[in-house]
Design a protein around this ligand. Sequence first.
Ligand code: GKR
Ligand code: MG
Length: 424
Amino acid sequence: MSPVITDVRLTPILIADAPLLNVGGVHQPYTPRLIVELETDSGTVGLGETYGDHQYLARATELAPKLIGMPVTAINAIRLLDAGDTRLLDDNPVAGGLRGTLTTDKVRLSIVSAFETAALDAHGRELGLPVHALLGGKVRDRVDYSGYLFYKWAEHPTPNAPADEWGEVLDPDGVVRLAEKFSAHGGFRSFKLKGGVFPPEEEVAAIIALAKAFPEHPLRLDPNGGWSPATATTVAEQLTGIVEYLEDPTARVADMAELHRRTGMPLATNMIVTAVDEIRPAFDANAVQVVLSDHHFWGGLHATRDLAAVCHAYGKGISMHSNTHLGISLAAMTHVAATVAHLDYACDTHYPWQAEDVITDPFTFTDGAIEVTDTPGLGIDLDRDALARLHERWQRLPALRDRDDVAAMRVADPDYRPPGSPKY
Ligand code: GKR
Ligand code: MG
């Protein structure tokens, strides 16, 4: 008999974040996440983590009671919980945290992904098997991650905000210094620079400086759709042979397709292929060569494997997108990445930027990789004191319960307006 779900606990938290700059604004001092604990009739607890902004928390609160009485093996039924309603919530990709447009179904899938991860964790613990074994087994023992570089301020403009160890990064020298720190921190063997912050020629100069300092490291630049087709073409011509791909250089499928056709530059996305109905138009137009899956948005670890199979069938590369996240999500990403045969690029992760976590043994990167554990379940344990502390912060700071990079920018510049699209 499969273990049956008897309780689901949802804990919204706020985690400290650095003042990282992107096309839309800057990160707030704290970012919301939602931690899921799912308990079975034999007392085993499985863990999940997902986005924690108010619309996610509201949906999770509606869906959680529906899990009670379901077997932890009912992964397909969990994925379909309350499926069917797909309405556009926001067509501004900045509002969605630069993860493409936001629909009711993406919010639902982000919640069921955390339920699925928790069910797999609980089931694995009960069977004495790692999550990757429940996904068909690992095909690698280490998962490579890229060092995710951001332009950033030295500190948040908000008084009493958390400090970080990384310093100011506002020019090519700063980017190279940051890459050196990332190298010392986790031995990363490839780098991604978040762009769309400064005029493109400055960001191209930063990539060229990185290529000189790290000639063996594959590089990527991601302006989150912030460039016009003309700007993107110029950048693609300047960086051909220097980056392994450009990520979301422009915001529209037709413009991405035209850019690739004219320049041959490989293009990756976590913005124009973010849901099943977006695959066909983008693939038909050959607008993208590498899809960056976010297991939260796609509805879980099995859904990520399904996406990988579709990408393989269409000759597209697959790797992973990341937003601000903690160790439960990193564990989930690592287990599923370990099972995907055609994982052609190092995965993205924000994890090095997070100075706090809700797991007892935070992950460390060695040579830019995370070892794939064979410990049962996800192979991590919840630090209940940390969870309580970060939840107490969530209770104390209601104004920061939604990620809002524009509001954070307005603390420094009250007249700040988010750029029209495209920014450059
Ligand atoms: O955290 O500023 C950020 C990133 O820009 C994030 O929001 C994106 O979703 O990292 C992501 C990306 O690759 O586009
Ligand atoms: Mg991206």
